[in-house]
Design a protein around this ligand. Structure first.
Ligand SMILES: Nc1nc2c(ncn2[C@@H]2O[C@H](COP(=O)(O)OP(=O)(O)OP(=O)(O)O)[C@@H](O)[C@H]2O)c(=O)[nH]1
Ligand SMILES: [Mg+2]
Length: 418
């Protein structure tokens, strides 16, 4: 593993948040096979615009690099191109920042063509203004830092060429991605015309979104294809949608989405917009929270900020405080989380209640009806299934009696069978 020192500037007054952020960065590093051998921090009112840390700190870092045999530095914030250049000049070592690490993890996790394209666009956009600094870093650091593909060689003309190639590649990728986006939109439209309600699972990375979807599937009738869940950051990069059918035949779709993280690179959010767009069209959001994390409130805020930035507004939200099996004490939930539930996706605790809550939310405008349908008009039952749901069917001698629910706006369509 590559040996690295983390460098962080603490500009926040609440220092425990800063320390947790560093802890998180360590995990992010680990996810790209980087071993953190030391952490050097500095308290400053503002980040130094030319060298990130203060001048004096540079000397301390130099000594640490030499005495610990560090191969790279990982900075806790996104560095500007000039900061990278200046630091490279002063320290002569490969330099990564938080953004680069997150991009690298996404790159390693991406499997579908769409995700691969999205990550590549984000990475290229991030490296475009930084080609110079990153190139120096890697050419001086031959061998170490391999695996991170950036331009090699030196010289102005080569740099210009790299810039042009990068730009062309971004344009080509965007075009290709657009085609994939159109397909995704069409799929969503089909679902909409089927009138199935969609629920989106959102939340901080590793909070248990995929596990929650699997737990919901466990309570569902019919086909069950589980999604990938794992104790690692950004296990899910692709959204996947599953249909859930409850005991009472209520059906809805649940979409598992990519997790968020503190300081999620804006290029990534931008590149994943087409994937994340799905959330903007959800009827209901289930915000999965890792209740065992001491910073869960901050994680909720981070998630909500990202949601806002992609245009998710005013969608009813249920907060699912997950992993309560690991808590010794009863979890107190602040009243600001109006609709909330304590769950455990792995022990199945309260998953049935969560389904009830989801159903209640989605059914807000549903009215219960009893219909008496002649046998020759039984296709109306399909209509009922597609647009609402059927709780019970009773086949009588001349007619079919159906108990079900339908959205208020569609009641007129079945008026004559009432
Ligand atoms: N003890 C316990 N562990 C859980 C619970 N829910 C999820 N986990 C574990 O938490 C880890 C992350 O779960 P995932 O479902 O993959 O989390 P995610 O939110 O989908 O994560 P990303 O896709 O990486 O954003 C896994 O190791 C799960 O087994 C729970 O209720 N209790
Ligand atoms: Mg997941």
């Amino acid at each position: 593993m590559e040996k690295a020192i983390i460098i962080g500037v603490n500009t926040i007054s609440e220092s425990h948040i800063f320390l947790d952020e560093i802890e998180e960065l360590k995990n992010l590093c680990l996810a790209c096979d980087i071993e953190v051998i030391d952490v050097i921090t500095q308290n400053l009112n503002d980040i130094n615009s030319s060298t990130y840390v203060g001048k004096g700190k540079i000397e301390e870092i130099k000594i640490a690099i030499n005495s610990l045999d560090a191969e790279t530095l990982v900075f806790n914030d996104e560095l500007t191109p000039s900061q990278i250049n200046n630091l490279q000049e002063a320290l002569e070592i490969a330099i990564y920042d938080r953004t680069f690490i997150i991009l690298e993890i996404f790159k390693r996790r991406a499997k579908t063509k769409e995700a691969l394209m999205q990550v590549e666009i984000a990475t290229l956009k991030y490296s475009l203004p930084r080609l110079m600094g990153l190139r120096q870093g890697l050419s001086r650091q031959r061998g170490a830092g391999g695996g991170f593909a950036h331009g090699r060689g030196a010289g102005e003309t080569k740099l210009e060429l790299d810039r042009r190639i990068t730009n062309d590649r971004i344009v080509a990728l965007k075009k290709e991605l657009e085609a994939a986006t159109i397909l995704r939109k069409q799929q969503r439209k089909t679902r909409k015309t089927n009138n199935m309600h969609t629920v989106c699972l959102v939340g901080y990375t590793n909070s248990g979104k995929s596990s929650t979807l699997n737990a919901l599937l466990n309570h569902s009738k019919g086909i069950k294809k589980e999604v990938f869940q794992k104790d690692m950051l950004f296990a899910t990069l692709e959204t996947s949608t599953r249909a859930i059918q409850t005991e009472t035949n209520f059906r809805f779709l649940v979409t598992d989405t990519v997790g968020f993280v503190n300081k999620l690179p804006h290029h990534l959010v931008e590149a994943f917009k087409s994937t994340l767009e799905e959330i903007t069209e959800a009827d209901l959001i289930v915000h999965v929270v890792d209740a065992t994390n001491s910073n869960y409130k901050l994680q909720i805020e981070t998630t909500e900020q990202v949601l806002q930035s992609i245009g998710v507004l005013n969608i009813p939200t249920i907060y699912a405080f997950n992993k309560i099996d690991l808590l010794d004490e009863y979890l107190y939930i602040q009243p600001q989380y109006i609709k909330a539930i304590r769950i455990s996706a792995t022990t199945d605790k309260n998953i049935d209640k969560l389904i009830e809550m989801i159903q209640k939310e989605l059914e807000r405008d549903f009215i219960e009806i009893t219909l008496s349908i002649p046998y020759k008009e039984q296709e109306i039952i399909e209509f009922l299934k597609d647009n609402g749901y059927v709780k019970a069917i009773n086949y009588l001698e001349t007619r079919i009696e159906v108990l079900g629910k339908l959205p208020q706006r569609l009641l007129s369509k079945v008026e004559k069978y009432k």
